[in-house]
Design a protein around this ligand. Sequence first.
Ligand code: GTP
Ligand code: MG
Length: 198
Amino acid sequence: MKIKSADFIISNTDVSKCPKEQLPEYAFIGRSNVGKSSLINMLTGRNKLAKTSGRPGKTQLINHFKINNNWFLVDLPGYGYAKVSKSIKRTFQSFIKNYFLQREQLICTFVLIDSRLEPQKIDLEFMEFLGEKEIPFVIVFTKSDKLKLNELNKNIQFYKKKMTSAVWEEMPPYFITSATNSTGKDEVLNYIDEINKQ
Ligand code: GTP
Ligand code: MG
């Protein structure tokens, strides 16, 4: 899919204030600093569309971007963000949770996982939450430029094992990406394109 336009529409913490248009929507979620905003910039080819930072906790709102005037990309705050107070953390969690529970336009969620790390409890729990609520999701292993191919494959195999030994019959579809060298760009965009055509 070619990205002809990518426009910031609105930021907020209230799902009822998200755009009312009935366009298919794709959300990006994962731990703080995993590379959600960077991935959105890489996919859209707009370096400054979503704000990124080396410090965790940059994105604090639900951000809607309209793509090609016919679908939405959504950049979300990270979960598992250690450097804010517990009360702020709880607010983040409740509005993010509400977004997932109430956003009817949401077609598919991309759960971003740092490809360098072994499976983290918080990610596994978040995917279990999506599973329980029957919210479709796929996995994106990010920052693949930071490790060697054999290490990457080993980590993904380990992830598969971990997921299938727990609650999952099989690992959901997954993508390998790098915002630095655009790995996975066509694969993710084609996946979205295929769903949009259905
Ligand atoms: P929050 O908004 O804080 O939750 O973070 P985020 O998940 O949106 O992460 P963000 O895109 O801001 O990236 C965090 C840091 O990781 C930045 O310093 C990015 O430059 C870096 N980063 C993101 N993606 C990649 C990648 O694919 N490769 C490398 N090497 N660095 C990356
Ligand atoms: Mg961000």
